[in-house]
Design a protein around this ligand. Sequence first.
Ligand code: SER
Length: 317
Amino acid sequence: MSDTRILVIGACGQVGTELVEELANKFGKDRVIASDIRAEASFDVPYLQLDVMNRERVREVVVDNNVTEVYHLAALLSATAEQNPEFGWKLNMDGLFSILDLGKEGILKKIFWPSSIAVFGPTTPRHDTPQRTIIEPTTVYGISKFAGERWCEYYHTRWGVDVRSVRYPGLIGHKSLPGGGTTDYAVDIFHQALQQGSYECFLSAETALPMMYMSDAVKATIDIMQVPLEEVKIRSSYNISAMSFDPAGVASEIQKHLPDFSISYAPDFRQAIANNWPASIDDAEARADWGWQHAYDLPSMVDDMLKNLRNKLEVSA
Ligand code: SER
């Protein structure tokens, strides 16, 4: 562990912002580099501008900084990728190959790359979706994540690349905003509840989806990277799960804290995406193989979100 040097790609995103902080706490600020496509960003660790599609530059950054591990988070999410399918596919796949190839060459010792519940489609069992099941994704994002999973397993089997992955559900956090996902409503609803007292949801009331509080997602990400090699038995991507709710369910939980909060529904194109995704996930294999456990359920997540966001909004007001 003493020679561990970590590069986070896509550090300015919803997961990256919090992951960088946790990695710096765990390994030390001098062992973590944050990078993203933006020219500048503010982190407690060194920051570099990096386009993951620029293979030469990625290699240069990794080699020059003696990077041993990459957390590769840069991607176009489900809703954004539907607006620009060609670019979504290119970014999501080229980016992954540029990192996997550095693993194949032995330059990187370990790689984390997230997959998503978006790999599942309309023919997948919708409740308690198993680890191994019918996978026929219908979005560019889902197709790219499914292809990525197969490539991760291939690079591991064929060339021994130590790549590890989890299928993130919808992620909810108070430190950063999501960008371009179908599950983004579950973050926005908190901001609107506190600022406006009402929220118009782009999914219908009963659209149940698997969700997770950000601290649990960050924990899963760091945990799977720490377990001994042989305990990681799935090299495509692990199902992980914490809670499942629909917009009406999270709204009524928010109403326990803010009785005047109201929600209305105006489903848009994202409804069709959500309709094809699971409502809940079976993550027994992650729990058995590397001891995955979540901490937050719906009531504790809502409580913590409101507390933290209230402080934040008051501070910045
Ligand atoms: N949160 C993602 C999305 O909605 C799913 O991985 O695109």
